[in-house]
Write a protein that binds this ligand. Sequence first.
Ligand SMILES: [Zn+2]
Length: 136
Amino acid sequence: MGGFATKHIAAGVRLVEYAGERLTVAQAEARYPDADGAHHTFLFAVDDEWVVDAGVNGNEARWINHSCAPNCDVVVDDGRLWIETIHDIEPGEELVYDYAYVLEERHTPAAKRKYPCRCGAVTCRGTILIPKKQAR
Ligand SMILES: [Zn+2]
């Protein structure tokens, strides 16, 4: 699963909203009590208080994959999440953005192994986590 461009797209284009049900962090943790270490949910943190659960009323944006060398980024605009291009994109190119996960716990080697990345980019970090000091 993934999102692919069907035509040329310029940089700076707002493509799609990361849609879904808005939940507080506490509501999301109650809905997915076993989510720790198994990030197979469609939760996306808007900020420290709110998350969007694309598992409920989500759209195709939830299928867009992570890359450490992304061509898209997620922009928070008035509490809503938008996927925007940051480079020109050619037809057939996969749309990807940096998930930039941050865990509550320390980012130990074991924690990083639970969130692996195999995007194949030269700059691949080997994990979809980013150092906490770089968190958005
Ligand atoms: Zn990677």
